[in-house]
Structures are given as C-alpha cells and as structure tokens.
Ligand binder design. Sequence first.
Ligand code: HPA
Length: 273
Amino acid sequence: MSNLKEKIQESVEVIRTKSKRQPSIGIILGTGLGALADDITDKTVIDYGEIPHFPLSTVESHHGKLILGRLGAKDVVAMQGRFHFYEGYSMEQITLPVRVMKFLGAKTLMVSNAAGGLNPNFHKGDIMIIVDHINLLGDNPLIGVNDDTIGPRFPDMSEPYSKELIDLAMQAAIDNKIRVERGVFAAMTGPSLETRAEYRFLRMLGADAVGMSTVPEDIVAVHMGMKVCGFSVITDECFPDSLVPAEVQEIIRVANGAQPKLTKLMKTVIEKI
Ligand code: HPA
C-alpha cells in the first residue's frame, strides 16, 4: 500500500473510533466563514490535533476542528479551519483532509474562501461561484508517485468545478434572492498580498478573484473523482488603480458579514444534491 494511502487510512481509523457516520458531502469553511458549522446537528467534533497526519492550523482566524454530523437531510463532514501552503506545510499535508473526507464516504466537496476581487464589476461582500481556476502556486499536490488506486496519474481538469453544482448554486441564488457572480479564481501562495502589478497581471490572465487556498483541495478532490462546488466571498477590491491597503481584520469583518448569504446558499445546494 502507498505511503499516502496508509496515512489516509490511519486518519480514517481514528475518526471512525469517534463517529460511525458516513458523510456524503465534505465541506471546507474559509477565513471568517465558519458559521455553517453551527447549523450541523448531532455532531461529533474532533480537534485536528487528535487526528494522525493532520497538520495544526497556524492561523489565528482559523479554527482547527473536523465536524461530523447532519445538515438538513444529509450526513456531512466539515473542516472548520483549513491549511494553507504559506503555513509551510507540503501540498500533500494541506490536502490530506480532503482525501480523508473521500475515504469517509464524501462524493461532493463544498468549499468556501475569502478572496480579493479583480473583476471591476465585483464589490466587497459579493459572492462568486467559482467556475474555474488558475493554479499559480508553483506546485501541485499530485506531484510525486501516483497511487492508481486513489486516482489517475493525469486527471482531466476540463470540469474542475462541477457544472451540475454550479447550476444548482445559481438556482439556489435565484430561489433565495441572493445576488451572485460567477468567475475564475486564481491561487497565489501569499502570505504577502499581491502588488498592483500582480493584480494587473492576474486580471490580464483572466482571473476574477484571487486567494491563497482552494486550488490544491480542488485538484485532489478531482483526482479522486469528487464533484466540487466552490464559493469565494469578495472581501476586498484589488483594483490596481484605486488600491487601498488591505487589513486582515477588515477582510474577516467582510467575510463575517457575507456569512448569512453564503450559509443559505450552501445549505440550499446541499439540500438539492
Ligand atoms: N489577495 C488579495 N486579497 C485577498 C486575498 C488574497 O489572496 N484573500 C482575501 N483577500
């Protein structure tokens, strides 16, 4: 058995001693976007520290808990707090939880993040349904020996975010009268925010929003045949000609403000899956 599979199975075994639930949906909650976890009922909460091979989140604004429970009529597993490449972990480490979710039974991955808006039509507090991404991390979680029992060597990326789930999310937005945008998410490593020249460059590449997460998790999910539904909350406007200094506290405040809308959207999509 591959080293990676052993790690996944050791993590799964420990989680199984605490909950026998078979979640069909995995959820990753981004910066300032953890509230959805409060709506999960019958929950088992496991600190990342208790799960073998899970790194510890080093970012203050991210909790470090895996939550198994029920959301509406679905069994779910949610990460409250995620790992970022800039924390110094390897791509394999930051994406291991997604693999664990799959091995627990999840077929769908719902992910949210706080992102900077590059599209001039976007405003602070907007929600963007991610339709595609650009990986500018300079790394890929699939580099290294491939375990063919987990996924293919060269996974196709023509549909990194499920068309079916994008349609469900659009319908959920209409049903709940929530305004949403659709767009391309670009991932940069951070932790420094980008320069004006970089924002200009990202916009020229075709990106609508930029952040420091999500792309590794998406790649790993697609590798394992999961369907992904991604949302960005636009927490700051990264327009090169009118840029103001970004404050992390403000980013978190805007993310918090958008949470009720995002939570409603994600719950509606989950109901319809
Ligand atoms: N870059 C710029 N602004 C942001 C980011 C980012 O990575 N994340 C949230 N707001």
